[in-house]
Design a protein around this ligand. Structure first.
Ligand code: GLN
Length: 551
């Protein structure tokens, strides 16, 4: 087993995740089996309780793990399926050590950060690295480990120390340290400045880790003299100083690294042969070109409440993009803050309200993604109503299925004030209700989570066709509420059909409206399994319908 450890310096948000996953792509293109681990040095046990406003979306794995969105990048880049243990947090490590201490496993010893926490981290990494994630049996060959945060932070110190020790545990020849840094440009002549990188490398070396590869984020390609200077001051060979400059889309990053000889550096360090043909890289190049080719636009109005931070909807954006490549259109996402569609919202400014409606009406398709809490609900219900009545393609994901159901109950079945008990506990018409098995006292990890099978209940429908005629789908869930089982019959009789339900046949999973070009909802989150060359079927359906294609 070889390990590629990616750390970062100077500032956060340098794209360590994309760098790390691109290195994974290069290794995979050489025929190696690659898995990955993301380390998040925060005390939350997992990302499930973190606000998308602050931290971006919560990514959901097959096993129900609620993890950092970077795991989504790894799954999409490397086409793997990871487990909750592939995301290590300070909270998880401390919880494990404290539990052992209570069991008496440390035999009377004083339990300390070094060695107990650092040992726990190393054992965790070794254990998870060997778990296959690409669908085949047997151990992977390489594990790419990304350490979140910036080297030098108090938070990440135990992890840096654990990784320092780890090189002796697994052998220096089996580990490659990659440090991602920033090269800013100053002054009118645009001089590339190396000092921040010199400092962060000094810091890293002071902690006992000597980087083998230096990846330098910059606006323009690194100049030769900058590279030479960095090599000299940072004690890295010139060929291992890599420029990660801005490119037109992220699919170009693996090729950008490849063209600078990174595969050669890795094969030299680890001692593996590079095959002469690497078709995976051709696929990446083709994908990057396809993404850049400007074509006709398709506008998807996305009605949500975290629209200020696009990371809050990262997987939804990716799923839309993947589908747009498949239909050959340039995707434009028109973000609409759902509260702006609601004229009852006290703070509503008439101009903002009008602008939001103009955007909605101008779109080729409407998407209502998942969400929690009452804010903006009425606006989402209005968006679903507009789509239903005007034959505009609509995809509702999780909450989006629920609001479409509420709207249908209110306006087609005349159930005045129909609502979800999440938003109105005393509603006369509970269209969406709390699921009986869910905890009301604990928030973390207690939803209906992870991959569950959804059998189709009809022989033919749009969604079944989109899923290639499959008899069931395996998609990922994250919710506490469901369509009220007592109303299903009534709703279906009026034309909104639940064509897929869970194995018990009770719980609504896939919704389709009769006689509408594309009015679809899923209780699960299909976005998490979308891949660049294999777009998520419901999203593809939305894009096809938005382009006027029959689904
Ligand atoms: N808030 C809703 C529920 O808990 C929807 C959740 C979601 O969209 N992920 O059921």
């Amino acid at each position: 087993m070889r390990y590629v450890v990616v750390t970062g310096g100077v500032l956060s948000g340098l794209g360590k995740g994309v760098t790390a996953s691109s290195m994974g792509v290069l290794l995979k293109s050489a025929g190696l089996r690659v898995t990955s681990i993301k380390i998040d040095p925060y005390l939350n046990v997992d990302a499930g309780t973190m606000s998308p406003f602050e931290h971006g979306e919560v990514f959901v794995l097959d096993d129900g793990g609620e993890v950092d969105l970077d795991l989504g990048n790894y799954e999409r880049f490397l086409d793997v399926a990871l487990t909750r243990d592939n995301n290590i947090t300070t909270g998880k490590v401390y919880a494990a050590v404290v539990e052992r201490e209570r069991r008496g496993d440390y035999l009377g010893k004083t339990v300390q950060v070094i060695p107990h926490i650092t040992n726990e981290i190393q054992e965790w990494i070794e254990r998870v690295a060997h778990v296959p994630s690409d669908g085949d049996n047997g151990s992977p060959d390489v594990c790419v480990i990304e350490l979140g945060g910036t080297v030098g932070d108090i938070e990440s110190a135990p992890f840096v120390e654990a990784l320092r020790q780890f090189q002796f545990r697994v052998g220096r020849e089996n580990i490659c340290f990659v440090h991602v840094s920033l090269v800013p440009v100053m002054g009118p002549v645009g001089e590339q400045k190396t000092k921040p990188t010199q400092h962060t490398v000094k810091e890293l070396r002071g902690l006992g880790i000597i980087p083998d590869i230096l990846v330098c984020r910059s606006a323009k390609p690194l100049q030769d003299e900058t590279r030479a200077k960095l090599a000299a001051f940072c004690h890295v060979s010139e060929e291992a100083v890599v420029s990660a400059h801005d490119v037109s889309n992220i699919y170009r990053v693996p090729m950008m690294l490849e063209e600078q000889g990174v595969s050669g550096v890795l094969s030299g360090l680890f001692g593996f042969e590079l095959p002469s043909e690497r078709p995976l890289l051709d696929d990446w190049k083709a994908m990057a070109d396809r993404v850049d080719n400007p074509a006709e636009e398709v506008h998807i109005a996305t009605v949500g409440k975290y629209t200020g931070l696009s990371d809050s909807y990262l997987s939804v954006i990716k799923a839309l993009q993947h589908s747009s490549y498949a239909v050959g259109r340039k995707l434009v996402i028109d973000w609409i803050e759902s509260a702006d569609l609601d004229d009852q919202t006290a703070s509503a400014d008439p101009e903002v309200h009008a602008a939001a409606w103009e955007l909605l009406k101008g779109a080729d398709g409407i998407l209502v993604p998942g969400g929690f809490g009452i804010r903006g609900i009425e606006g989402k219900i209005k968006a679903a109503e507009y789509a239903r009545k005007n034959d505009v393609p609509y995809l509702g994901v999780c909450l989006g299925l629920q609001v479409a159901t509420i709207e249908f109950c209110r306006n087609v079945l005349d159930m005045e004030g129909a609502n979800s008990t999440e938003f109105d506990e005393d509603t006369a018409h509970p269209a969406v209700v709390f699921m009986p098995e869910i905890s009301k006292t604990h928030m973390g990890g207690t939803m209906r989570l992870g991959t569950k099978p959804t059998p189709f209940l009809v022989d033919d429908c749009k969604m079944r066709r989109l899923y290639g005629g499959a008899d069931h789908v395996d998609e990922r869930h994250r919710h506490r509420y469901e369509v009220n089982p007592e109303l299903i019959e009534q709703i279906e009789e009026a034309g909104l059909k639940y064509v897929g339900k869970d194995e018990t046949g009770q719980r609504c999973e896939i919704m389709e409206l009769d006689g509408h070009p594309f009015f679809v909802g899923t209780q699960y989150h299909p976005e998490f399994k979308s891949r660049p060359g294999r777009p998520s079927p419901p999203f593809l359906g939305l894009l096809m319908a938005a382009c006027g294609q029959e689904v």
